[in-house]
Design a protein. Structure first.
Length: 700
């Protein structure tokens, strides 16, 4: 950025461009000089960016701060394509640079439009160039020098160059009007005709006041003529009237025209149609007020409301925008479909939520990733929304709803029964604001619900695909070294631990379903185990109290079962638990798992009087060298004898642990030392090692 506040022209696509002209100054009062200067400079740059003539802007020190593409292309062999910050002494031979500098100083001192003929060294020889230079004022009120140049050598006649300049002005998108000193129109370009509706023949010789709308005050015009009469440009917005009577807004730069003697001979006005921009600015102000009211309404929403209620409240506010008849809020499901969460239609108190078809859902999801948009929406014959929105082609505006960096859904509005998208275009900024607010209000709840659905779908897929298999670990009589029973364990195909998998299932409300599936698989596979061995299976209190699913699984099975409950699962009603256990019949006994891992198992033992108490691995590990652990086991052994239950030591992994347990009178145990969990068919061919004490002495 230069001291004057203007960026240089860069030919490459990544180059920075001049800031847009300053907006917002009122037409009913004098514009700020800095704003006028910035707009004048901006208009010059915009006009010259495509003109087939050379154009430039320098600071008072003679350094280039802008060169248009035509200049860069004409003299690229001098200093490449980047002239920014260079002076003429860096580019041209000394005699040419000196001539240019002299002309620059004359133009600056004169303060008016100056024309010079300069000999310039092109790559194919010396050309005569007609250069017109005139002062500009930067936004910080520093002086600048602007200029345009036309090649007037013999090879390209002066008349041709003038025609080319006239063609450039004729083809410009900005309106150009030239008047004489008496403000009579002497020239207008085709853009003026398109903008105002007046033909050239109708306005030549007329005063431009025929365009006046009456919206500018007398003071406004007095200030304009005071500036122009003193040789200063005037930059302002005008609201004028077309030939057909309609109003339009234009941003204009009016400058004095001077002859070679610096006398003002007329005026030139370069104007740009800003009607649509000013309308958008006004609409944006209206929408800002609407959004403030909407934000206040959304802040009043209760955090405990269901997502559907919150979505409907948001839709109610959106449907209240000017010209909008309906609003819908959709969320993206994990299965790729789009689920309606809320809809409000003006004049219809309770419209039915209708999910879009799969193909439409896919389109909405893909298009939402690109940002807000407007497009037609056509409901087929008989669609439920025909009576609400009207049949046939409609247009709707869409804004993505985002949360935590991801797409959550889409917010949709419909205009009042027309394919004209003006109302939708005007409402789009507010719709985007609504979508952002919807993401903030609904994001966490909907994302959590989506995660639950995703987790539930995953668990259902595991159950449906039987992505698990039962294995069995022997429970051994430690004195005789014989297998008395087996504990059924579940291994999941993806390698996740059973505790984590069942925790995941219970978190999404499918724990009992997964239990039933894995327990059924274990009972079926246990048919291959020895007939006299009992079978330990893990069950949750919820499954046991439910009764019917478990009874259905056990129907017709003769094997003795031991149901294991762990202290990690709370039992809220011990009476109901005992009743449910008794209803399963005499072939079913109870074991309390993980004794020694906490306090809950002790209450389970006292309340339920189980047939077995399983000592946790934490209590068994290192038993041979820990007197405290041995003392605790002795106490539990005494309790077991007094209450008629039996202890099973879990997690036996070393001979030292096994020997210590035998010395304490523990009769039952399981662990990797005694036998690893295996499928039933492998257990039939495997024989556990003989670790009876007398055999150990015999082997020694």
């Amino acid at each position: 950025m230069t001291r004057s506040g203007v960026e240089p022209h860069r030919p490459d696509p990544s180059a920075r461009r001049l800031q847009s002209p300053v907006r917002g100054h009122r037409t009913s009062q004098a514009a700020d000089p800095a704003t006028e200067a910035a707009s004048a400079l901006q208009l010059f740059v915009e006009l010259m960016s495509t003109a087939p003539i050379v154009a430039f802007v320098k600071d008072v020190a003679g350094r280039y701060i802008y060169a248009n593409p035509h200049l860069l292309a004409s003299f690229a062999d001098r200093m490449g394509r980047d002239w920014y910050g260079r002076s003429d002494a860096d580019i041209w031979p000394p005699e040419v640079a000196a001539q240019i500098r002299a002309n620059d100083l004359a133009a600056i001192r004169g303060g008016t439009l100056q024309a010079f003929s300069q000999a310039m060294p092109y790559s194919d020889g010396v050309h005569d160039v007609l250069v017109m230079k005139f002062p500009l004022v930067a936004a910080d009120r520093s002086r600048l020098l602007a200029g345009v140049g036309i090649d007037v050598t013999e090879r390209q006649k002066t008349t041709s160059d003038r025609d080319r300049l006239a063609t450039a002005i004729d083809q410009a998108s900005e309106s150009v009007v030239i008047t004489d000193l008496d403000a009579r129109v002497t020239y207008v370009n085709p853009a003026f005709e398109r903008l105002t509706g007046y033909l050239r023949t109708e306005v030549i010789g007329q005063n431009p006041r025929l365009l006046k709308s009456g919206l500018q005050s007398r003071t406004f015009y007095d200030a304009m003529w005071a500036a122009l009469s003193n040789g200063l440009p005037w930059v302002a917005d005008f609201v004028n009237r077309r030939r057909d009577g309609t109003l339009f807004a234009e941003e204009s730069v009016i400058s004095p025209i001077r002859d070679s003697a610096s006398a003002i001979t007329g005026y030139v006005a370069v104007s740009r149609d800003v009607t649509h921009e000013r309308a958008l600015e006004q609409r944006s102000a209206e929408l800002a007020r609407e959004r403030a009211l909407i934000a206040e309404t959304l802040r009043s929403l209760r955090s405990g409301d269901a997502p559907e209620a919150t979505a409907r409240a948001i839709c109610r506010q959106v449907a209240g925008l000017t010209g909008i008849t309906a609003a819908q809020l959709f969320v993206f499901d994990v299965d790729g479909l789009v689920t309606p969460l809320g809809i409000v239609v003006q004049g219809h108190p309770d419209p039915l939520l209708q999910p879009p078809p799969a193909q439409r859902s896919q389109h909405l999801r893909e298009r939402a990733a690109q940002g807000p948009w407007i497009e037609p929406c056509v409901d087929g014959p008989g669609h439920p929304y025909d009576a609400i929105l009207g049949p046939g082609e409609q247009k709707a505006a869409y804004a993505p709803i985002r949360y935590d960096g991801g797409l959550l859904g889409v917010l949709v509005i419909h205009a009042a029964g027309s394919v004209d998208d003006t109302v939708l275009t005007d409402s789009l900024p507010a719709l985007v604001e609504f979508a952002d607010l919807a993401g903030a209000v609904l994001g966490r709840v909907v994302a959590e619900r989506t995660e639950v659905r995703r987790g539930a779908d995953h668990i259902r897929a595991i159950i449906g695909g039987a992505a698990f298999a039962p294995v069995f670990q022997p429970i051994v009589d430690l004195a005789r070294d014989t297998v008395l029973g087996y504990e059924a364990l579940t291994r999941f195909t993806d390698g996740m631990s059973p505790d984590a998998r069942f925790g995941e299932a219970f978190a999404v409300g499918l724990g009992t379903e997964l239990e039933v599936a894995t327990l059924g698989a274990a009972l079926d596979a246990a048919d291959g185990l020895p007939a006299g061995a009992w079978l330990n299976v893990n069950v949750s209190p919820a499954l046991l109290v439910a009764g019917k699913p478990l009874r259905k699984l056990m129907r017709g099975r003769e094997r003795h079962l031991v149901l294991e409950v762990t202290e990690h699962v709370p039992i809220t009603d011990y009476g109901a638990f005992r009743s449910a256990l008794a209803a399963l019949g005499p072939n079913v006994r109870l074991a309390v798992d993980d004794a020694g891992a906490g306090f809950a198992s002790l209450r389970h033992i006292l309340e339920l009087r189980p047939a077995f108490v399983k000592l946790d691995r934490w209590l068994v590990a290192g038993l041979e060298s820990d007197a405290a652990r041995r003392a605790m086991i002795v106490g539990l052994q005494h309790f077991a004898r007094a209450t008629g239950c039996r202890l099973i030591a879990e997690g036996i992994e070393t001979e030292a642990e096994l020997k210590a347990l035998r010395s304490l009178g523990i009769r039952l145990g399981q662990g990797y030392l005694l036998g690893r969990p295996m499928p039933a068919e492998e257990l039939r061919v495997a024989r556990p090692p003989d670790r009876r004490p007398e055999n150990a002495r015999r082997r020694s």
